[in-house]
Design a protein around this ligand. Structure first.
Ligand code: FMN
Length: 78
């Protein structure tokens, strides 16, 4: 189903207890994320979401995408 976490992500969350863990969410999409972020967060209600990055059409501007990822990673380290 569109704009929903993939079965691989659902399986990962089902097999790994991420309760109380810091989780950084990273999305790539071809369009507006709609409810994708919230749907994903609902699967890990007991996790601490320390960051989220949504990249729409990341390949359309690779330099900009790289910059966003570097900057996001830096925020996660601090
Ligand atoms: C099987 C599959 C399902 C996808 N489903 C969605 C979707 O529901 N919503 C969306 O915005 N993009 C969807 N995409 C697009 C990809 O997530 C991809 O991140 C997007 O095309 C941007 O990457 P690009 O810039 O490299 O093309 C899907 C891609 C694949 C291969």
């Amino acid at each position: 189903m569109g704009w929903s976490p993939s079965s691989a992500i659902r399986t990962y969350f089902a097999k790994h207890d991420l309760s109380g863990k810091n989780v950084a969410l990273f999305f790539t999409l071809g369009n507006n994320p709609r409810g994708a972020v919230d749907k994903t967060k609902k699967l890990i209600p007991n996790s601490i979401v320390v960051g989220e990055l949504v990249l729409v059409k990341p390949s359309s501007n690779k330099d900009e995408t790289k910059k966003k990822i570097y900057e996001w990673c830096a925020t996660l380290k601090s």
